[in-house]
Design a protein around this ligand. Structure first.
Ligand SMILES: Cc1cc2nc3c(=O)[nH]c(=O)nc-3n(C[C@H](O)[C@H](O)[C@H](O)COP(=O)(O)OP(=O)(O)OC[C@H]3O[C@@H](n4cnc5c(N)ncnc54)[C@H](O)[C@@H]3O)c2cc1C
Length: 240
């Protein structure tokens, strides 16, 4: 039997055109014990029919935060269409935490994070904990988004470049809008050559990859072609 605890929405932030940040607080005021990188199952229960629907979401907040934060792509699917109408105070249910996609500071002193879209969420949790605990972890992040205005928590990531042992690069994969074409940074999908350009020592790092299946498969293949041992690659796959 799965234990589900009631949580209420405490904040909704429109982060990018397609991504909202949701914060949920446990109704009894408790906090959840988890390692950065883990996910929970979030359930919506229809008050009229009692029908329940649940989806997995990676936790973007830190273990010590009073709330659980999620960065959610508003794709208007079965679950996310409920969130289209969500408001502060709405009741949801949470089970977990789940998953083996974990960052532990003592074991992972040099890391490479590779994120596709909202796949940056678990890395926010990891970076937030690294900052809070003042770990000197050497972190590189390669982050792929479709458009420049889809970078989640850009200001926060920029700030970590001066406060942490952290460097990141964003690659924009689409060339559709004027803003895409004006983008001065990296363009196109992440491949072995792009990884090598920004990370000279991938074989010395624990590599964490998060995004859809096609993305994680391509990145794993690229890392292996660069000599990274499979056991040093951790992937969190979000569906097809
Ligand atoms: C471990 C884990 C962690 C996850 N963490 C997050 C997270 O932090 N943030 C987050 O946004 N999602 C996350 N997901 C995905 C999430 O669980 C749901 O699958 C997602 O929110 C879509 O659910 P839905 O019911 O709205 O769509 P569904 O009704 O289930 O799907 C609708 C359709 O949209 C397609 N689709 C799915 N994703 C996308 C997309 N991104 N863009 C366009 N089409 C898509 C599906 O293939 C499907 O055909 C995670 C998944 C896993 C397994």
């Amino acid at each position: 039997m799965i234990t589900k605890k009631p949580y209420v929405i405490s904040e909704i932030i429109k982060e990018t055109p397609d991504v909202n940040i949701f914060r949920y607080t446990a109704q009894d005021g408790s906090t959840l014990s988890f390692d950065p990188g883990m996910f929970i199952m979030l359930y919506y229960k229809n008050p009229q029919t009692g029908e329940e629907i649940g989806r997995a979401f990676s936790i973007a907040s830190r273990p010590d935060d009073k709330y659980l934060e999620f960065a959610i792509s508003m794709i208007h699917g079965r679950f996310t269409s409920k969130l289209d109408y969500a408001k502060v105070g709405d009741l949801y249910y949470v089970s977990g935490p789940h998953g083996q996609f974990k960052y532990t500071a003592t074991e992972n002193k040099k890391v490479l994070f590779v994120a596709g879209g909202t796949g940056v969420a678990p890395f926010l949790s990891m970076l937030r904990m690294i900052e809070e605990k003042k770990y000197d972890t050497d972190v590189k992040l390669i982050y792929s988004t479709r458009h420049p205005d889809e970078i989640i928590r850009k200001g926060e990531l920029d700030g970590y470049q001066s406060t942490l042992n952290f460097k990141y690069v964003v690659t924009v994969t689409r060339q559709e809008t004027d803003a895409d074409r004006a983008w001065q940074g990296e363009k196109g999908h992440i491949d072995a050559a792009m990884i090598q350009k920004y990370v000279s020592d991938p074989t010395e790092r624990t590599c964490y990859v998060c995004g859809p299946l096609k993305f994680t498969k391509a990145i794993e293949a690229a890392l292996i072609s660069l000599g990274v041992d499979k056991k040093n690659i951790k992937a969190d796959v979000w569906g097809e």
